[in-house]
Design a protein around this ligand. Structure first.
Ligand code: NDP
Ligand code: GDR
Length: 371
């Protein structure tokens, strides 16, 4: 039985990847951080009682800032495959916590690679690094491919650039099967609540149900190539099944703006919007309401406003990937479109909002996150 170790198993991708590998028959080990509240909600459904026969899913306390801990876990698990998905992954937050972001995202990657080498596992253990389209930043070429030059635009992207190159370096220096997946944005109902797509789908659902009045956003002109996390974790695994390690762009090859994602999400909830103003003082007004998902909304309501607080010190305006190499060499194509993904996220968040609205109606005090 193959053994995989996933850092960031409690995150969006980690949870889908753990499910995927368990279905493939792997023994899956994940590293979770100690937190004052439970942080395993995304993997609770695959939790296994270790007292039962033949458990295949194990969680270990750990942190990418702690090399002794990483070395101990690697020594204990002796994994065939390591998926380094753990990161301070929020671009805007990286401007607030640049040093911590570098420690986790850049040095954390080095710590893992060095632990593998120190333990003499460099010929046994294959390594996947969660690299990112943020490396392209100020884009030099449209669409972006594996050979497009990098120009990172945030402390997050700069840290990930170090991680990208240290992976290449360990591959070239020590012959490790180590590779970078340069993944463009990918989302799902499990996406963290402060990334823009999930912030939008949750807010639309809450506004539709009368739990919130207005969604405040930053740069609605930003263009992204959005795919579904389920499609992208499949590709992470495929990359480690190759005989030779190589880096791949993983993207859909289509881009839409944040504004268009807002329009699509609202329409899924039965709310038709008209946008007015420029990108700085822009608002979206309700022009029609259809169906019965949005009892909390009336024609004429302003439900989206731009708040410059969400503008970033340096922005990545446009990202569009060309996944031709992944298609040609691995036969990978994304199966879920951005429209289908958006619908899935809105429906998921609507069902949660309806439940909250019901609880509120019956007198329970429900906290609805506003950020
Ligand atoms: P999430 O933010 O959902 O998950 C990040 C994971 O990393 C969480 O499990 C988190 O733990 C963990 N983590 C954070 N800090 C540490 C630390 N110091 N030590 C150990 N673990 C830590 O990210 P995604 O699942 O969306 O992304 C997975 C990876 O892919 C990340 O590296 C991200 O940068 C990268 N990426 C993501 C893309 C996307 O669009 N989703 C695109 C390209 C790259 P906790 O749950 O406790 O917070
Ligand atoms: P990104 O994702 O920075 O691309 O990084 P995010 O969803 O945070 O932003 C996408 C774009 O939307 C604009 N935006 C806003 N973003 C947020 N979070 N909140 C807002 O209110 C808002 N308004 C507009 C942003 O400015 C940006 O242009 C994600 C992360 O998953 C990274 O870890 C990953 O590496 C990249 O995707 C690829």
């Amino acid at each position: 039985m193959k053994k995989a170790l996933i850092t960031g198993v409690t995150g969006q991708d980690g949870s889908y990847l753990a499910e995927f590998l368990l279905e493939k028959g792997y023994e899956v080990h994940g590293i979770k951080r100690r937190a004052s509240l439970f942080n395993t909600a995304r993997v609770d459904h695959i939790y296994q009682d270790l007292h039962e026969d033949n458990p295949r899913f194990f969680l270990h306390y750990g942190d990418l800032t702690d090399s002794s801990n990483l070395t101990r876990i690697l020594k204990e698990v002796q994994p065939d495959e390591v998926y380094n998905l753990g990161a301070q992954s929020h671009v805007a937050v990286s401007f607030e916590c640049p040093e911590y972001t570098a420690d986790v995202d850049a040095m954390g990657t080095l710590r893992l690679l060095e632990a593998i080498r120190f333990l003499g596992l460099e010929k046994k253990t294959k390594f996947y690094q969660a690299s990112t389209s943020e490396l392209y930043g100020e884009v030099q070429e449209i669409p972006q491919t594996e050979t497009t030059p990098f120009h990172p635009r945030s402390p997050y992207a700069v840290a990930k650039m170090y991680a990208y190159w240290i992976v290449v370096n360990y591959r070239e220096s020590y012959g490790m099967h180590a590779c970078n997946g340069i993944l463009f944005n990918h989302e799902s109902p499990r996406r963290g609540e402060t990334f823009v797509t999930r912030k939008i789908t949750r807010a639309v659902a809450n506004i539709a149900q009368g739990l919130e009045q207005c969604l405040y956003l930053g740069n609605m002109d930003a263009l992204r190539d959005w795919g579904h996390a389920k499609d992208y974790v499949r590709m992470q695994w495929m990359m480690l099944q190759q005989d030779t390690a190589e880096d791949f762009v993983i993207a859909t090859g289509k881009q839409i703006s944040v504004r268009e994602f807002v329009r699509m999400s609202a329409a899924e909830a039965g709310i038709m919007l008209e946008f007015s103003g420029n990108g700085v003082e822009e608002i979206a007004t309700v022009v029609a309401v259809t169906g019965d998902n949005a009892p909390g909304v009336n024609v004429g309501d302003v439900i989206v406003k731009v708040d410059p607080r969400y503008f970033r010190p340096a922005e990545v305006e446009t990202l569009l990937g060309n996944p031709a190499k992944a298609k040609a060499k691995l036969g990978w194509t994304p199966e879920i479109t951005v429209e289908e993904m958006c619908a899935e996220m809105v429906q998921h968040d609507l069902s949660q909002a309806k439940q909250h609205a019901l609880l509120e109606k019956h007198g329970f005090n429900v906290a609805v996150a506003k950020e």
